[in-house]
Design a protein around this ligand. Structure first.
Ligand SMILES: Nc1nc2c(ncn2[C@@H]2O[C@H](COP(=O)(O)OP(=O)(O)OP(=O)(O)O)[C@@H](O)[C@H]2O)c(=O)[nH]1
Ligand SMILES: [Mg+2]
Length: 222
């Protein structure tokens, strides 16, 4: 059971790669809002398993090799589909996404198929290079999809689970999140944005600029 809706079954997918410092807290704070947490270990090398709370609502998918956030998300989505959920939430493991906002994301799904947490109303806390890359990628994807997309690089999202099979990513890296919005727009699924806090507290970014740019260009040209 969850306290956001009586009838919707909700799964949260949390992909992680070497996030031992925050893993227990993100899962523990997410649990009250969902029916299942699907934590996806993408080849972490920091022995994270002691940090996964022992709880029947926590499902751990663990892969020995690091393949990328997109790959881990896809595995998490497949598990959420298998568990016949109604709503699938995704959030980062590094505590940049407050689980307490899950009910607001879910409210945003009314009349929409995908909801993305938008950090771009509050740019003061975002590093300058991220402001530029987020604005530029969102501008270019807005042109590609012919609709105004506000924060395409945000990993804090809610999806109606029934659309996931239609929009699963083919790319394995961070570009998968852009690709899913393009796939959703192409299938005429409706995309909504709701404001979320912008949190940067000295986390180690795992994003590599050249890799991220190359991945994004693939999506843009797809
Ligand atoms: N499965 C998987 N997850 C990853 C990988 N790299 C990063 N992540 C996870 O994806 C989330 C976001 O990663 P970050 O490195 O913080 O990237 P970001 O939040 O887009 O970038 P910043 O704005 O710099 O924080 C975190 O939960 C990471 O653990 C990876 O190779 N595989
Ligand atoms: Mg981050």
């Amino acid at each position: 059971m969850n306290n956001t809706s009586e009838k919707n079954k909700i799964c949260a997918v949390i992909p992680f790669f070497n996030e031992k410092r925050t893993l227990k807290e993100i899962i523990t704070r997410t649990l009250p809002f969902v029916d299942f947490v699907i934590a996806v270990n993408d080849g972490s090398t920091d022995n994270p398993h002691d940090e996964i709370p022992k709880n029947e609502k926590v499902i751990l998918l663990s892969y020995p090799q690091n393949r990328g956030k997109g790959y881990a998300l896809k595995k998490g989505f497949e598990e959420s589909i298998k568990r016949v959920s109604d709503i699938t939430i995704t959030l980062d493991a590094d505590l940049q996404h407050m689980p307490e906002k899950i009910p607001e994301l879910i409210s945003g799904l009314k009349n929409y198929d995908v909801v993305v947490g938008n950090r771009l109303n509050n740019l003061k806390k975002m590093p300058f290079q991220r402001v530029i890359s987020n604005k530029l990628t969102s501008f270019l994807l807005s042109i590609k999809t012919k609709q105004k997309l506000l924060d395409t690089q945000s990993g804090y999202r809610a999806y109606k689970t029934r659309i996931l099979n239609d929009i699963l990513p083919s790319y394995a890296g961070f570009e998968a999140e852009s690709e899913m919005l393009v796939n959703a727009a192409e299938k005429n699924y409706k995309i909504n944005f709701v404001p979320i806090p912008t949190i940067y507290a000295g986390e180690n970014s795992k994003m590599r600029s050249l890799q991220a740019i190359a991945g994004f260009i693939k999506v843009l040209l797809k």
